[in-house]
Structures are given as structure tokens and as C-alpha cells.
Design a protein around this ligand. Structure first.
Ligand code: HEC
Ligand code: HEC
Length: 292
């Protein structure tokens, strides 16, 4: 501050050339420096913009609601519309799925993609508890990734299984009826031992003679497991000649199967899932095993 300042008057600052406001505290004076023009310009533009925005768009909260704005824009309405559109598209796909056969589904890439996505997510929610992650299976719960099927691996077979289950509480369920040959005293321990040897021999042949086992198997087991032990799908009876075991191929396990029987139970889903969901699941499961 220059020495010749008046005590309470305005003056021109000699460093900046700005006029003072006339306020001064303990020898410190306030200069009247105006806002830069560019800054003011932006501020006035923002004010005008916010007024226009509040007129056009929803903005000011009121006691019960808010101002709607003249454009009538609403995020909620937009989401509702998008959800409606998705449901409409889905229901078109769902309707198509119910009636379509596998060829039709496979020849429509959008429909196939929809069915696979639906099927995969339904499988995760409903089936993995028993059939394992991505259908790998556990003892007693068939692996759905291979092409070995108890009841058939065609799209129609799979759809039937899922709809009505196996030993489930439904008139059309598949009936799996392996008896408890030991517990129900149909056979003696010796006879069960001979049958066990016979079954082991089917998948890992040896030259040991086993007349008792051969006779008992032919008389009691071939009606379901087939003359050659290769299984029959009408009865859901597994192939006993391969190395793929539903319950296990160890001697004790096979013996336990014949002694106690097996009662694999798969629930029917026709009362819990809709037909388009079951169709989607069938497409998905069919694709897992490579598909018959
Ligand atoms: C409570 C356990 C359980 C659940 C849940 C379950 N399954 Fe099963 N599933 C089984 C059993 C056990 C079998 C084998 C029955 C038998 O021994 O014949 C089976 C068999 C099958 C078969 C026949 C396999 C073949 O080789 O023919 C298919 C297909 C199948 N399940 C699909 C599904 C699908 C899809 C779901 C979900 C919607 C599902 N399962 C849910 C227990 C279950
Ligand atoms: C009424 C039809 C029927 C008859 C008869 C029958 N089975 Fe079975 N068997 C089945 C079915 C169905 C299964 C699968 C059971 C399940 O998954 O619950 C099975 C399963 C088995 C298994 C388990 C296979 C595996 O992969 O783990 C063995 C072993 C077996 N049977 C042996 C026999 C023998 C030995 C006899 C004769 C004494 C016999 N079965 C008679 C229907 C039959």
C-alpha cells in the first residue's frame, strides 16, 4: 500500500492497478477485483441451463411426489417398458418351445440360445443338488454328461423323464423295480455270491466256470437286464457289461445292490415347473450328453 493512502477512502492500488473497495482492516485493504468474464459467462449459462432442465425434466421434490417436467421423462417407466418387452419376447419363445420338436429348436438359433440359457439356470436351481455341478453325477445319481442312458437319451425320452420322474408320486412315472434279492430272502448268500461273480464276469470276463450264477442270472435277471446283460430301457435297467456303474463296480457294492435292491428316485417336475421350462431343461440336458 502506498504511503499517501487516504485513511478510509478508495484508492488505486499501485501494484495491480485495481481500485480498492474502501474497506480496510489494520492496514490491509480490500481490492475490488471483478470476476473474470469467462467465469461469469459459465456461471450464467449454468443458471439458465438448470432452469431449463427443471422445466423439462423431473426435478423438484414436492410434499407428495415431485415435478414431472414437460418432457414426461421417467426412469421407472423406461425400466417397466424394457421389462415388459423382455417378457413379451420371452413368452413368444416359451410358447414356441412347448410345441416345437428338437429339429425345429435347433434350426432357430435365437430359440436354441434362449432354451439353453433357461435350461442351464433351471438345472442349477433344481437339479444340481442330486446330479452334481453341470450334471456330473454321484453314485446312484446318473451322470448326465455321458451318452449312457438308463431310460433313453432322445429329446422325447429326457422330457418324459423330467416330466414324470422315476419312482415318483405320479401315475405316469417311470418304474424302476430292482428287487432286494437277499433282504427279501429270494436267494441265499451263496446264490447272491454266485450272481455277484456272474455280474463281475460280464464286464471283466474270466474263464472261471459259474454254472449257478449263469442259471440264476438267465432265470431272474435277463427280463430286465437283457439276455446279454446289456440292460433294457423299458425297465431303466443298466448295462452290466460296461465299466460305467450307477452305484459302483466294486465287489461289495455289486453284492449290496443284489442283496438290498436299489430304489433310485427322481422327482416328477410337471407339477413344479411349467412345460416351457421342462422343454428348456430337456434341450439343455440333451446337449450335455452329446444328444441321441
Ligand atoms: C432328489 C434327487 C434328484 C433331483 C432333484 C433330480 N434328479 Fe434326475 N435323477 C435322480 C435319480 C436318482 C435318477 C436315476 C433314477 C434311476 O435309478 O432310474 C435320475 C435320473 C435322471 C434322468 C435319467 C437319466 C438316464 O440315464 O436315463 C434325467 C434325464 C434326469 N434325472 C434329469 C434331471 C433333471 C433335469 C433334474 C432337475 C429338474 C433332475 N433330474 C433332478 C435324482 C434326482
Ligand atoms: C424288474 C427289473 C429288474 C430285475 C429283474 C433285475 N434288475 Fe438289476 N436293476 C434294475 C434297475 C431298474 C436297476 C437300477 C436301479 C436304480 O437305479 O434304482 C438295476 C441295477 C442293477 C445293478 C447296479 C448296476 C450299476 O450300474 O450300479 C446290478 C449289479 C443289478 N441290477 C443286478 C441284477 C441282478 C444280478 C439281477 C438278477 C438277480 C437283477 N439285477 C434283476 C432292474 C432289474
Amino acid at each position: 500500500m502506498s504511503a499517501d493512502n487516504e485513511e478510509h477512502g478508495k484508492f488505486i492500488d499501485e501494484h495491480s492497478g485495481e481500485e480498492s473497495t474502501g474497506h480496510e482492516w489494520d492496514g490491509i485493504a480490500e481490492l475490488n477485483t471483478p470476476m473474470p468474464r469467462w467465469w461469469l459467462g459459465i456461471m450464467y449459462a449454468s443458471i439458465i441451463w438448470s432452469i431449463i432442465y427443471v422445466i423439462l425434466m423431473p426435478g423438484i421434490p414436492l410434499l407428495n411426489g415431485y415435478t414431472k417436467g414437460t418432457l414426461g421423462f421417467s426412469d421407472r417407466a423406461r425400466v417397466t417398458k424394457a421389462v415388459e418387452k423382455m417378457h413379451a419376447e420371452r413368452s413368444v419363445f416359451s410358447q414356441k418351445l412347448i410345441g416345437a420338436n428338437l429339429e425345429t429348436i435347433q434350426s432357430d438359433p435365437d430359440l436354441l440360445r434362449f432354451a439353453m440359457a433357461q435350461g442351464k439356470s433351471l438345472f442349477g436351481d433344481n437339479c444340481e443338488t442330486c446330479h452334481g455341478a453341470s450334471g456330473r453325477g454321484f453314485p446312484g445319481y446318473p451322470n448326465l454328461n455321458d451318452d449312457i442312458w438308463l431310460w433313453g437319451g432322445s429329446y422325447a425320452d429326457i422330457r418324459q423323464t423330467i416330466n414324470y420322474g422315476i419312482r415318483a408320486d405320479h401315475d405316469d412315472t417311470r418304474l424302476s423295480l430292482m428287487a432286494a434279492y437277499g433282504r427279501d430272502e429270494i436267494f441265499s448268500r451263496t446264490e447272491i455270491g454266485a450272481l455277484t461273480d456272474y455280474v463281475i464276469n460280464l464286464s471283466t470276463p474270466s474263464d472261471k466256470p459259474n454254472t449257478l450264477g449263469t442259471t440264476l442270472f438267465a432265470e431272474n435277471c435277463t427280463s430286465c437286464h437283457g439276455d446279454l446283460g446289456k440292460g433294457t430301457r423299458e425297465n431303466g435297467a443298466p448295462d452290466l457289461t460296461d465299466q460305467d456303474w450307477l452305484y459302483g463296480g466294486r465287489r461289495e457294492t455289486i453284492q449290496a445292490t443284489i442283496f438290498n435292491g436299489r430304489k433310485g428316485l427322481m422327482p416328477n417336475w410337471n407339477e413344479r415347473l411349467s412345460q416351457d421350462q421342462i422343454a428348456a431343461l430337456s434341450v439343455y440336458v440333451h446337449s450335455l450328453g452329446g444328444g441321441e
